[in-house]
Design a protein around this ligand. Structure first.
Ligand SMILES: Cc1cc2nc3c(=O)[nH]c(=O)nc-3n(C[C@H](O)[C@H](O)[C@H](O)COP(=O)(O)OP(=O)(O)OC[C@H]3O[C@@H](n4cnc5c(N)ncnc54)[C@H](O)[C@@H]3O)c2cc1C
Length: 444
């Protein structure tokens, strides 16, 4: 009798264990299937290959704890597939490196480029000088992103520049150092340069703050405590774009530096022992050295049509809530154009102009939303159309049905960008393609 009871207990326990195991395995399989589908979509959309610093997973030491996924501040960069971590939307990886630190088995290293997609990076020496003597590079352009890293590099690059300047004659240039780019790297460098007594000018094709300026107002900006020259130590962890911009503006004000916004440098030539940098429009700035802190996001491509210089034409949408009751034209057929049109629709009369006949390369989620916005009349889709001219109150477009005029208050253009590599090569800076170069790994 006792044996019978024992057998029944063992049987029930075994059934319970097996049942739990089956549920657990099924759950794992379902989660893996979801990740597999996300990887497939990311590949179709060209989002699977990383463009810069990204995690590389050593599958033999990964135990699939998921710690890397929980640590990553961005969404769907990593997932668990068949019990191991895998990369999904690597293109969106910002290079926080939180996954690298979180992995309990040290299975993650950080790499630049992959075997199939090389990433071009300029040649930079430990003192931040490029192969062109007197031209220095700091910040994300050199391959390492994030606000704190860019800030530190900006500060450190001034040490190299100061040493370089001590070897070249003093001459009557506009400044000792011209800083190109006013993101975290450029700002920190300008502040440090002034602190050590150099004369400095800082220009930006867009606005003070660089990429940070383009963040949405509500974005949580993750960073670490850092030293801002002329301001002091700032203890920021999860902050906002506004808080950072206020700090930078205050530091620049205290050091009496003004960022020359809206100045794009298109060429740098060495003349004797100084540099002549050419600004779009013809201005020339002479300097004894140059620091390139231009990031890696490039320059938005322009349409090259009359009226594009009007102040109502812009290449980014930062605060959609500021636009209401307007006639708006969004130009482009990628995710940026579609997402902007969707953000503006509702409160405005929005038209989306695209020169092709279909929105072929957008995220599935965006496709569903844009199809429904077009169907509901919230967005007017203008396929096979091209902007010919922009005036104060109208835009002229060519369409398959002939020329068309639209009432217009605001134009947003999202037709891609030019990466900085061509500019670097023209300046004589060597650019090397990296196919999976490890830049950070655990050392035993
Ligand atoms: C969506 C997104 C979210 C992010 N979130 C975070 C985060 O939470 N935390 C974090 O630490 N990092 C984050 N980052 C990364 C961070 O923004 C960058 O690593 C950092 O801004 C790099 O600083 P930088 O000074 O090197 O270059 P940038 O900030 O890119 O600044 C470069 C500047 O140079 C200008 N420039 C370029 N070419 C020229 C030219 N020819 N002439 C004149 N000016 C020129 C550009 O217009 C730009 O203003 C994020 C990035 C993105 C895209």
């Amino acid at each position: 009798m006792d044996l019978m009871i024992e057998a029944v207990i063992y049987g029930i326990t075994a059934l319970f264990v097996m049942g739990t195991l089956v549920v657990y395995i099924r759950k794992g399989q379902k989660a893996s299937d979801e990740v597999r589908a996300k990887v497939k979509t990311a590949k179709e959309l060209g989002m699977h290959e990383p463009i810069s610093l990204h995690p590389y997973i050593n599958l033999s030491s990964c135990m699939g704890s998921g710690a890397c996924i929980r640590a990553c501040p961005e969404k769907d960069i990593l997932g668990i597939l068949d019990g191991k971590a895998t990369i999904i939307n690597a293109t969106s990886c910002i290079g926080h490196g939180a996954c690298f630190l979180a992995c309990p088995t040290e299975a993650i290293s950080l790499r630049i480029g992959t075997e199939s997609r090389g990433v071009e990076l300029p040649h930079v020496m430990p003192n931040y000088e490029s192969n062109v003597s007197g031209i220095f590079i700091a910040g994300e352009l050199g391959g390492m992103g994030l606000i704190k890293n860019a800030t530190e590099q900006g500060i450190q690059s001034i040490e190299g520049i100061t040493r370089f300047l001590s070897t070249v004659p003093k001459n009557d240039t506009d400044c000792d150092v011209l800083i190109v780019g006013s993101g975290p790297a450029g700002i920190a460098a300008a502040l440090r340069a002034k602190e050590v007594g150099l004369t400095v000018r800082i220009v930006d094709q867009e606005s003070l703050g660089g990429t940070v300026f383009t963040f949405p107002r509500q974005k949580v900006v993750m960073t670490k405590p850092m030293n801002i020259p002329g301001y002091g130590k700032v203890h920021l962890l999860n902050t906002s774009k506004k808080e950072l911009l206020v700090i930078w503006e205050e530091a620049l004000r205290r050091m009496q530096i003004s960022v020359e916004e809206g100045k794009r440098i298109v060429g740098i030539a060495k003349e004797g022992s100084s540099f002549q940098s050419e600004v779009v429009g013809g201005e020339r700035i002479s300097s004894r050295s140059v620091l390139l802190a231009i990031g890696r996001r490039g320059t938005p491509r322009k349409l090259g049509v009359p009226g594009e210089e009007l102040s109502k034409v812009t290449y980014k949408l930062i605060e959609p809530e500021l636009y209401q009751g307007l006639d708006i034209l969004v130009v482009g057929g990628g995710d940026s154009a579609v997402e902007s049109a969707l953000l503006l629709a509702g409160d405005n009369r929005v038209s989306l102009s695209y020169r092709q006949g279909a929105l072929a390369r957008i995220k599935p989620d965006n496709r569903t939303r844009i199809d429904s916005a077009i169907e509901n009349g919230k967005i007017t889709m203008l396929f096979h159309s091209q902007v010919l001219e922009i005036s104060g109150t109208e835009v002229k477009l060519s369409t398959n049905e002939g020329e068309r005029f639209l009432a217009n208050d605001q134009v947003f253009i999202f037709v891609g960008g030019e990466l900085p590599n061509a500019f670097l090569k023209e300046t004589g800076i060597e650019v090397t393609t990296h196919f999976g170069k490890t830049v950070k790994k655990h050392t035993k």
